[in-house]
Design a protein around this ligand. Structure first.
Ligand code: AHG
Ligand code: MN
Ligand code: MN
Length: 337
């Protein structure tokens, strides 16, 4: 099919109905700005060393992680791209300790992981951008960090853009999941998939196996049973994939089913996990639920968690429903987390 058979992102936003209503103009404005910035970022990412964007920036972020040059470039581009949106009240990012008020008078809040998969930048493996949109509860009060601390159920939109062999975006506005691919010739995102569904059962899982000795018993049990294959209790052979960019791993789960896990482990027992709730786990959980999958921290659905900190971390297990139900069952029937 040629590009001319696909509607573009703007046409999609203008035509889609949510419970019979059009997408609010302010949300269209904000999402259009995010997506336009991601198209620019895709172009930058593709240039890599040619424009000097590989390597470490030599700085650290609020999480104590070393920032890559591209982490900072992506963050700056996104701020620049959305800050003048009339509908935007404020934004928050993995790379900034505090939220930033925007110039608009509207009541949307934008959260993002500007560049996910930092360890893959320099080795030319898929990376991406993750975003989440909330409504500020009190539009007239000055912006505060607490405005962002809403559970994932409050999200009005969420998505990611994965910069891989193709630049592809997954988006939910709370009525299913759609996917777009960037036409790199003219910089427009074109609709490639409607009603994305995650198969309920799967034979594929993704986890950083090098941490196995640190996992809690229920996670170890689940993975050991997958590894036992046809000769074990699962009666089927599993395949393992691990890209180490959440965007790319979740994109695979949305595309052909599977389970993605970054669970709590005992290296840092007081940390709930590695991934961040507000701009990694929540938007991905919204997408996964909207595609018929599930997302849990072991005991609760991630979308139900009440955040207490902008940069809080969470244990994440998401994907095909049957597997997530099983993982939750292993947690509830174990004495150890
Ligand atoms: P970020 O680059 O935004 O810090 O996120 C990286 C995350 C996530 O994308 C991935 O699943 C995980 O870190 C990989 O971590 P390890 O390779 O350290 O296990
Ligand atoms: Mn990330
Ligand atoms: Mn990041």
């Amino acid at each position: 099919m040629s590009s001319s058979n696909h509607i573009n992102f703007k046409q999609y936003l203008a035509s889609v109905k949510l419970a019979g209503e059009s997408v609010p103009a302010g949300l269209q404005e904000l999402l259009t700005a995010v997506v336009k910035t991601c198209a620019t970022l895709s172009h930058e990412v593709a240039q890599g060393a040619l424009i000097g964007l590989l390597g470490s920036a030599g700085t650290g972020n609020v999480q104590g992680e070393v920032q890559q040059k591209l982490d900072i470039i992506a963050n700056d581009l996104l701020i620049e791209g959305v800050q003048s949106c009339q509908s935007l009240a404020g934004l928050a990012s993995e790379e900034m300790e505090f939220p930033l008020p925007a110039q608009g008078t509207g009541d949307y809040l934008l959260l993002f992981d500007p560049l996910d998969g930092s360890s893959n930048i320099d080795v030319n493996v898929s990376i991406g951008t993750i975003f989440s949109v909330l409504n500020k509860q009190d539009p007239n009060a000055p912006l505060q960090t607490s405005d962002f601390l809403l559970s994932g159920r409050h999200q009005v939109a969420a998505g990611y853009v994965v910069y891989g062999p193709q630049t592809t975006m997954a988006l939910t506005l709370g009525d299913g999941v759609v996917m777009f691919t960037l036409n790199k010739v003219n910089g427009t995102f074109l609709l490639i998939k409607n009603k994305v569904k995650i198969s309920h059962s799967t034979k594929e899982f993704a986890i950083n196996m090098s941490n196995m000795r640190h996992w809690a018993d229920p996670v170890r049990r689940y993975v050991e049973e997958c590894l036992a294959g046809v000769s074990g209790t699962r009666d089927k052979d599993f395949n393992m994939r691990w890209i180490a960019s959440m965007v790319a791993d979740v994109h695979r789960v949305l595309s052909r089913g599977g389970v993605f896990m970054y669970p709590w482990d005992q290296r840092e027992p007081h940390k709930p996990g590695k991934l961040r709730l507000m701009y990694e786990a929540n938007p991905m959980s919204f997408l996964v639920e909207q595609a018929g999958g599930a997302s849990t921290n072991g005991t609760d659905l991630i979308m139900d968690l009440q955040p207490t900190d902008l940069h809080e971390r969470v244990s994440v297990m998401l994907g095909s429903k049957e597997e997530i139900d099983r993982i939750q069952h292993y947690h509830s029937s174990s004495a150890h987390r």
